[in-house]
Write a protein that binds this ligand. Structure first.
Ligand SMILES: [Zn+2]
Length: 331
């Protein structure tokens, strides 16, 4: 099923247009420095087995208690509180938020929050690890219940679980050579979502973050960014995402090479034949080499009420989390 051309629904087409517009405007970032290759041996000694898929599954289940977690719902604020309380348990003490109001085209105002957790904040070398925590406004793709609340185990709780478990493990391990900024973006799905019929859909949290880079990075931009979305599916199949290969090809290759050593069957070599617009898009447009790790072929559950935790597995989460750990030390 991976070999066939994916169904080109309006959701994907429009995301493609959004991406194409961005790509045209983008001055391609320079290839990442390869000076770190000599230190890669260190990555082999990182205790990646500390990264616990069962814990990550629990983190997904806990988020599902707050469903719906879309903008302007009680569950949205409960998810913010949950992420900040989980980060507090890790011992990472530099946790901050970006708060602003977003006014949609129908005049409604939304309270927005990006959550930022910084490891080794005095290190001038920064790497961003990001996801979005808002869920889609409704399960629009569900034929029997298109107005139903979106559980979003895969889209979006899985990315949050990967970041939170990674934060816990990183706080137990020696510092990597780079400082890491974990960003939990708000509003990737927007107030109405593209698939639910919003032709003006755009991600909200990552462009806001990109427009205020100077607040966090006064002198030097982050060296790169990796964004996770939809990474818990039990039959995990990760293809390099097409726009990521434009923005950060050497980093994609590095991540996939590391991943293939951990779980060969999960890391496909053939790129998606369509670009996907997500939170990496705004970061790349801001000049940060950025890539997306996503398993976008998630039919028939994609954005339905059946995007539930039984579709996820601890093994898939571990594959992604342990690859990320090794990647962050492979410098
Ligand atoms: Zn998503």
């Amino acid at each position: 099923m991976k070999a066939t051309m994916p169904r080109m629904d309006s959701f994907r087409r429009a995301k493609l247009f959004a991406l194409a517009a961005t790509a045209l405007a983008l001055a391609l970032p320079a290839a990442a420095s390869r000076a770190e290759v000599g230190e890669q041996g260190k990555a082999e000694h990182v205790k990646i087995e500390l990264w616990d898929g069962k814990r990550a599954m629990t983190l997904i289940n806990e988020q599902l208690r707050f469903t719906p977690r879309s903008l302007d719902t009680p569950g949205h604020q409960q998810t913010i509180d949950f992420i900040t309380s989980e980060l507090a348990k890790t011992g990472i003490d530099d946790v901050s938020t970006q708060r602003w109001a977003y006014r949609s085209d129908d005049g409604k105002s939304y309270a927005m929050t990006n959550i930022i957790a910084r490891l080794d904040p005095s290190n001038p070398r920064r790497v961003i690890v990001a996801t979005h925590y808002d869920s889609i406004v409704r399960a629009y793709a569900d034929k029997s219940n298109p107005l139903g609340p979106m559980p979003g185990a895969n889209n979006s709780a899985s990315g949050v679980a990967v970041l939170l478990e990674t934060a816990r493990v990183l706080s137990l391990l020696p510092k990597p050579a780079v400082g890491i900024d974990m960003i939990f973006f708000d509003g990737e799905e927007g107030p109405r979502s593209l698939g639910a019929g919003d032709p003006n859909w755009k991600a909200l949290g990552s462009p806001y973050f990109a427009a205020h880079l100077g607040n966090l990075y006064a002198n030097r931009k982050p060296e790169k960014a990796v964004v996770f979305d939809m990474v818990c599916y039990q039959n995990l199949q990760l293809s390099p995402e097409l726009s990521s290969l434009v923005y950060a090809k050497p980093e994609v290759q590095k991540f996939w090479d590391i991943g293939a050593k951990i779980a060969r069957s999960a890391f496909l070599r053939t790129a998606t034949n369509y670009p996907i617009s997500d939170d990496h898009t705004a970061l790349a447009a801001a000049g940060i080499p950025s890539f997306l790790v996503i398993d976008f072929e998630y039919e028939p559950w994609f954005n339905t009420t059946q995007d539930t935790v039984d579709k996820c597995s601890a093994a898939s989460l571990e594959t992604v989390g342990r690859t990320l750990l090794r990647y962050l030390y492979a410098r």
